[in-house]
Design a protein around this ligand. Structure first.
Ligand SMILES: [Zn+2]
Ligand SMILES: [Zn+2]
Length: 334
């Protein structure tokens, strides 16, 4: 049996929709039928060769939800179960795995990077990467519960959390990370400030009901008029980094998630030392933050925002993301 897949033949090449053989069930793995697979900027960086450890030929994609195909009583999964997934497998034995930080496991393997990913119809996953759902979750939300929602929660938690009444600024607010970061900060009771580049994007951002929207690249001055912020969720990277740093209150925290152009930043150390500001990195999500993503969904505080496209329109989806035309996440339907 053949299935359609976004196949990368070698690093640096553009992947293409290709007919590949459906995966055959094997011990220690669970077969899923993909319901939704979201497009992440990491997919683009992967095929461009930014992660030289990626193994080709490779099916791209790591943000997905699916239905269990077959019965796996040894792992507690049955045919038809809908599951959420972590974007990687992990060893379960190292210092990181044993302390709930499996996202940092050095023996971790990413779907769509080391092993075949989800931009296709069927995938094999490790039982440790999936979580069974006991409620109905919108497949779009389920696909980004880990790499997007869980990742943002992980970043906020690492940076000491958000308290009710904190001011939180989100850059790249119309993007897949930004639009959901606004919702998460709001769910935690923050006053939210969205930054974007155009009026047209600002209109779209209203879907996440931020308290303020600032349009333009020089936003720090405007943010200072609002008193500065306790936290910035930096979903763009180098282009907005310095304005973000200058938007922080003294003692503020910046969570860096996006790295769109993979460029070095110019860091004025005085802004860190003399104002006691902190910068935090964040890498993916864990089972713990995935659980929190489900909890916030149950409470009705979060929803997936973006556009649905067909898996076979992968090329168009990439163009939309790269040209800045996409709004929110792009959810690919096989
Ligand atoms: Zn991702
Ligand atoms: Zn490990």
């Amino acid at each position: 049996m053949y299935m359609k897949a976004v196949l990368l033949k070698s690093l640096g090449e553009r992947p293409s929709i290709t007919d590949v053989e459906e995966p055959i069930e094997r011990d220690g793995w669970i077969k899923l039928r993909i319901l939704r697979s979201a497009l992440c900027y990491r997919d683009i960086l992967t095929y461009k060769g930014m992660f030289p450890q990626a193994k080709t030929p490779l099916i791209l994609g790591h943000e997905f939800t699916g239905i269990v195909s077959g019965d796996y009583p040894e792992y507690g999964f049955s045919n038809g179960d809908q599951v959420l997934t972590l974007p990687y497998t992990y060893c379960g034995e190292c210092e990181y795995c044993l302390t709930g930080r499996e996202n940092l496991c050095r023996r971790r393997e990413w779907y769509g990077e080391h092993i075949h990913g989800s931009h296709t119809e069927y995938i094999l996953v490790k039982p440790q990467s999936i979580v069974k759902l006991d409620i109905n979750i919108d497949p779009n939300y389920a696909s980004i519960a880990s790499c997007v929602i869980g990742m943002i929660i992980n970043g906020i938690d690492n940076a000491g959390g958000v308290e009710e009444g904190d001011k939180v600024l989100v850059t790249g607010a119309s993007g897949g990370v930004g639009i959901h970061a606004l919702q998460i900060a709001k769910a935690y009771g923050a006053e939210t400030i969205a930054v974007t580049r155009s009026e047209e994007k600002a209109k779209f951002i209203e879907e996440a009901s931020p308290d303020h929207i600032i349009v333009g690249g020089e936003f720090a001055k405007e943010v200072k008029k609002l008193g500065g912020v306790d936290m910035v969720i930096e979903s763009v990277g180098e282009p907005t980094f310095n304005q973000s740093l200058r938007s922080l209150k003294w003692g503020g925290r910046m969570v860096v998630i996006g790295n769109v152009n993979v460029k070095n930043v110019d860091l004025q150390l005085g802004l860190i030392i003399l104002r006691q500001n902190s910068i935090y990195g964040t890498l993916s999500s864990t089972r713990k933050t995935l659980y929190k993503a489900i909890k916030l969904y149950r409470l009705g505080k979060l929803r997936a925002i973006g556009m649905e496209m067909k898996l076979t329109d992968f090329d168009k989806a990439v163009e939309k993301m790269e040209s800045g035309e996409s709004r929110g996440r792009i959810f690919l339907k096989p």
